[in-house]
Ligand binder design. Structure first.
Ligand code: G4F
Length: 327
């Protein structure tokens, strides 16, 4: 019988790639979307437009336990991928309360619903390298102590603790994927990689003059989101639930990302990038670098897309996007 998956955050970058991946594996795919998302179909649902007639969407809110329970109880999914979150770091400094409320309660509601109404559902929690924050050792693996630097990072540490506690206390099959930054042409415009690729395209096409960035000396371990959704799935196919760090093991600065992106269209980044102190964060995560040897060994997972090809994929796609939309 076909497996059933429920994805929270199905309209996002990771959710949309994961839904496509699972459909190829013949899963029945369900997603939870906020009612507003179904109202503004062309806006919010653009990433899942191509698969819309092959998935089932349920209007619901992760801010309401009743709403989560109803969906979990009805579908009793074989696998639940909890990707939805307030995931934008800058915003988490502006609204700590809703970041903590949505991110922590949403995870808790799902786990509680699984325990009480669908204990056989396997649960994937989208952790984050932001949990390492002010890194306590380099590179970071599953044993590196956490030191989050934002309410977002704190909410992810708590989600991870909740997942582990439900695994130990109630024998739920729950895993945390501690994913390092992963990008793609489907990334939101507020994240630095998409801000860069989109601006590079607009500058190349004469629609923008320069690009204002914040801390260009921050280092990140950037991979391609399409590679990372496979790791999520692999975590739920193991005999025993466990937590895994997922990244490429290579890091680059924001400045390097911008340099490569501008060079792809034959421009020099020095001529266009302006550092704006207003875009710096109150507390920054300076450097992140994954040691994912556990995932390599146990999941046999490897990232396939190189840094250069990731940047190229994003810039090429934004050139097409800007030519088509003018935006
Ligand atoms: O692209 P970012 O906004 O991603 P960030 O903060 O690393 O978080 C992303 O990755 C996490 C995984 O580690 C996820 F959990 C999280 O949900 C999100 O997907 O910023 C990357 C770096 C930061 O150091 C930031 O200060 O780029 C720096 N930066 C410099 N100028 C900028 C800008 N970031 C943004 N968003 N915009 C700028 O203009």
């Amino acid at each position: 019988m076909a497996k059933t998956a429920l994805i929270t955050g199905i309209t996002g970058q990771d959710g949309s790639y994961l839904a496509e991946f699972l459909l190829k594996k013949k899963y029945k795919v369900h997603g939870i979307v906020r009612r507003i998302a179904s109202e503004y179909e062309s806006h919010r649902l653009w990433r899942i437009k191509n698969i819309a007639n092959r998935i089932t969407l349920h209007a619901g809110s992760l801010e309401s336990y009743a709403s989560v329970v109803k969906i979990v109880q009805k579908i009793k999914p074989s696998e639940i991928y909890h990707l939805a979150a307030q995931s934008y770091l800058d915003y988490s400094f502006r609204d700590e309360f809703s970041t903590l409320n949505i991110n922590i309660n949403g995870t808790h509601y799902l786990l509680s619903a699984i325990r009480d109404f669908s204990p056989k559902s396997k649960f994937y929690f989208a952790g984050s390298s932001e949990m390492f924050g002010k890194v306590q050792s380099v590179p970071q693996n599953e044993k590196t102590p956490f030191y989050p630097r934002s309410s977002y990072g704190i909410s992810k540490v708590t989600g991870h603790d909740l997942t582990r506690n439900y695994r130990e206390a109630y024998k739920i099959y729950g895993c945390t994927g501690i994913l390092f930054n992963h990008e793609s042409p489907r990334r939101g415009f507020e994240f630095v990689t998409r801000k860069i690729s989109h601006s590079v395209a607009k500058i190349k096409l004469g629609l923008q003059r320069n690009l204002k960035l914040g801390n260009i000396n921050a280092y990140r371990d950037w991979g391609h989101a399409q590679d990372y959704v496979e790791a999520m799935w692999l975590m739920l196919q193991q005999k025993k639930p466990d937590d895994f760090v997922i990244g490429t093991g290579k890091q680059h600065s924001v400045k390097e990302f911008a340099k490569v992106a501008f060079s792809i269209v034959g421009l020099n980044y020095n001529d266009y990038v302006i550092v704006d102190k207003k875009l710096f964060r109150p507390s920054e995560v300076d450097t992140l670098l994954a040691n994912c040897s556990k995932a390599r060994k146990k999941l046999k997972w490897r990232p396939k897309v190189s840094f250069k090809n990731l940047v190229k994929d994003m810039v090429d796609s934004d050139l097409k996007f800007v030519k088509k939309t003018g935006y």
